[in-house]
Design a protein around this ligand. Structure first.
Ligand code: GLA
Length: 697
């Protein structure tokens, strides 16, 4: 899937690349990772069932905590019982402290938190990174009061903060959210930090080192249309999720009455497949048995809570039939087959499509019917309109990485030895506990992906002869404060194919590349540089392999090829039509300033579409522009990347711009990335066309 190794990148999902590449020059500074929430949070929040209604009070919250225990939700893994907006009075007290609403919470918040803790559960609260919270009956926000509010919550025993974005006075989001993150950390109490910035500034680019989850979209409502369009917007962001840091497509509506049971099963299945927070939004005291049955499906919850912490990604999407595949820690995949249309349809995906081709046989478990079969790994189901079938597909033997570019941190380990703590995925090695490292950082350059190890370390991956090459940066993590010295070596089967020489904590990142053609196994070895292993926190930063072959020699309209990933802020990426916002195939004939095109891709900023080229292509030519469908609005820019390097840029284009023609040299590239930015003014009406793009291989 994603490639790229310089800076914080992860090239699925809108505009990531463009933003990420600018981060490389910050001074060395450790990130704010708090080492909690290694799998997505599970719990309850009152908002979707009560808003600020009178029924939101102490009795309700206590009743929810009781229901967690009595109705099997605690046993199923739900942990947090959380308050949303309107728990406080509209004014602070004379000391400047927030005051619980005495009508709703006559015994105060601490007593309520104690009650929840008494049930073996955790307690969460809400505020906004602005001068007021969101509801008209809301209360003063945390902006400018971060330390004071964080200290107050910690003194009450708060375990979780949802921090909203209303009345933010237009101040920089990252700064506002970091300030509260710092304040929470300074309390010394572990507090899960749930950022609720609605996806407005592309928080996936900055939030992983600041909070434990970040909302990616506006608010969900209890309708199929709302739920599925939020799922679509969240699907393209798969590459940003990791243990301790998850995309949040908002809380669950399951049980609130606006969708059918089939639609609620889709909602729950997709949220688990996307490693989303599972925050129940219905009043559990009165929930129907059918609602509880959905919310406590242990197999589906196990997918959400899988320790690998990966978000599933879309591996095929045709005419509203969407297949997602989520890597799991044991080498299996969780698979969803979703029918966004209205009529029963059969959806099928092969083991190859799921990314686990190459085993002799597979066990396939239906996670709703619980039926298990053995076969060649093809999954198929007749799925009702708005329905989702969900499976766990387990290969009988280790399989090679799928065709494309794969981060090593997304693959199961063949073996993993490390002198201190475990080998960490997408964070440095903090010595002791799983997840105690920081965002990978070498002399101030941060990396979204990679492996954090500690000498002596030896990590092996099964490649099964499928891969061409490995590319990685290496260095000692900033966590070692300039200390440490190691040697990085890469072995192709028994033979050494790359050697960094001595790398110290003062050296900048070094790039290593290795030819892996034909290799059964690759091993990544770190040893101390002859001076003992003290401070040897070492990073394989952005380490990725390119596997399988690219397109055969020829000339291809891009819409005739399968992409490796495709993300948009609105609706799916469309082939041979413009993007009409929400539904699959709701666009029109691609039209730029009066010129129509039969072929192309219709996207909607922020967008990134990735194709695997496997080193076999030479160039891309395309027209670009804002589609006529945007009705005179919209402003975007089009950028083409050869792996991590930008090779073409349209500059800013508006609805009145004539089509521009771009050409890009792609010789030797593993991947082609097509990025559309929002032109710096938000994503409103940014319907953008890659018109008649032709790839030569
Ligand atoms: C915003 C948030 C919601 C909810 C309300 C409360 O809209 O996105 O999730 O917290 O505020 O007023």
């Amino acid at each position: 899937m994603a490639s790229a190794l310089t800076a914080v990148t992860l090239l699925t999902g809108g505009g990531a690349l463009a933003v990420g590449l600018q981060l490389a020059t910050a001074p060395p500074a450790l990130a704010l990772d708090n080492g909690i929430n290694l799998t997505p949070q599970m719990g309850f929040n009152n908002w979707n069932s009560t808003l600020c209604g009178d029924q939101f009070d102490e009795a309700m919250i206590k009743g929810i905590a009781d229901a967690f225990v009595d109705k099997g939700l605690k046993a199923a893994g739900y942990q947090y019982v959380n308050l949303d907006d309107c728990w406080a009075l509209p004014e602070r007290n004379a000391a400047g402290d927030l005051v619980p609403d005495p009508v709703r919470f006559p015994h105060g918040i601490k007593a309520l938190a104690d009650y929840v803790h008494g049930k073996g559960l955790k307690f969460g609260i809400y505020s906004s990174a602005g001068d007021h919270t969101c509801d008209v009956r809301g209360f003063p926000g945390g902006l400018g009061h971060e330390q004071q509010d964080a200290r107050l919550w910690a003194s009450w025993g708060v375990d979780y903060l949802k921090y909203d974005n209303c009345h933010n006075q237009g101040l920089d989001a990252k700064t506002r959210y970091r300030t509260m993150g710092d304040a929470l950390k300074a309390t010394g109490r572990p507090i899960l930090y749930s950022i609720c910035e609605w996806g407005s500034t592309g928080p996936w680019n900055w939030a992983p080192s600041v909070g434990n989850s970040w909302r990616t979209t506006g608010d969900i409502s209890d309708t199929w249309q709302s739920m599925i369009s939020i799922a679509q917007a969240n699907q393209g962001l798969a590459g940003y999720a990791k243990p301790g840091a998850f995309n949040d497509p908002d809380m669950l509506e399951v049980g609130n009455g606006g969708m059918t049971a089939t639609e609620y099963r889709t909602h729950f299945s997709l949220w688990a497949e996307m490693a989303a927070p599972l925050m129940i939004g219905t009043d559990l005291r009165t929930a129907a048995p059918e609602t509880l049955e959905i919310l406590t499906n242990a197999d589906v919850i196990a997918v959400d809570q899988d320790p690998l912490g990966r978000q599933g990604s879309v591996v095929s999407s045709e005419q509203g039939l969407v297949v997602m595949s989520k890597p799991l820690a044991d080498g299996a995949r969780a698979v969803t087959l979703t029918n966004e249309g209205s009529y029963d349809t059969t959806i099928t995906a092969t083991a190859q499509t799921l990314g686990i081709g190459g085993a002799d046989s597979y066990t396939v478990k239906d996670l709703w019917s619980k039926k298990t079969t053995t076969g060649n790994g093809t999954v198929s189901a007749t799925v009702p309109g708005h329905g989702t079938a969900m499976f766990r597909v387990t290969p009988s033997s280790p399989v090679p990485p799928p065709t494309g570019v794969t981060q090593l941190s997304d693959l199961p380990f063949g073996s993993a030895a490390n002198q201190w703590g475990p080998v960490e995925r997408d964070r440095s090695n903090g010595d002791h506990q799983p997840g105690d490292g920081q965002t990978i950082s070498i002399r101030g350059t941060t990396y979204a992906k990679g492996l954090g190890v500690h000498a002596a370390s030896d990590v092996a991956f099964h490649l099964g002869g499928a891969c061409r090459s490995l590319v990685t940066d290496v260095g000692i993590d900033d966590e070692a404060y300039g200390n440490g010295s190691v040697v990085f070596r890469i072995y192709k089967d028994g033979a050494k194919v790359a050697d960094s020489g001595t790398v110290t904590g003062k050296d900048p990142a070094k790039r290593l590349t290795a030819d892996l053609t034909g290799a059964t196994t690759v091993r990544l070895v770190v040893t101390d540089a002859g001076d003992g292993t003290r401070y040897d926190h070492a990073d394989w930063a952005g380490a990725h392999v390119a596997c399988g072959s690219g397109p055969a020699t020829g000339t291809y309209p891009l819409s005739s090829l399968a992409w490796s990933s495709a993300g948009n802020s609105w609706g799916p990426v469309e082939k041979d039509m413009s993007n009409g916002d929400n539904q699959a195939r709701d666009g029109r004939t691609i039209t730029i300033a009066g010129t129509t095109y039969a072929k192309g891709l219709g996207v909607n900023a922020l967008s990134e579409v990735v194709y695997y080229l496997g080193g076999s292509c030479t160039s891309l030519t395309t027209d670009v522009g804002v589609d006529a469908e945007a009705n005179g609005r919209g402003s975007v820019s089009f950028e083409i990347y050869k792996d991590a390097t930008k090779v073409a840029d349209s500059g800013l284009m508006t609805a009145s711009s004539a089509a521009r023609h771009l050409t890009a040299d792609l010789t030797g590239a593993d991947e082609l990335h097509l990025v559309v930015t929002d032109g710096g003014d938000g994503t409103n009406s940014d319907h953008a066309d890659w018109a008649n793009p032709v790839l030569t291989c």
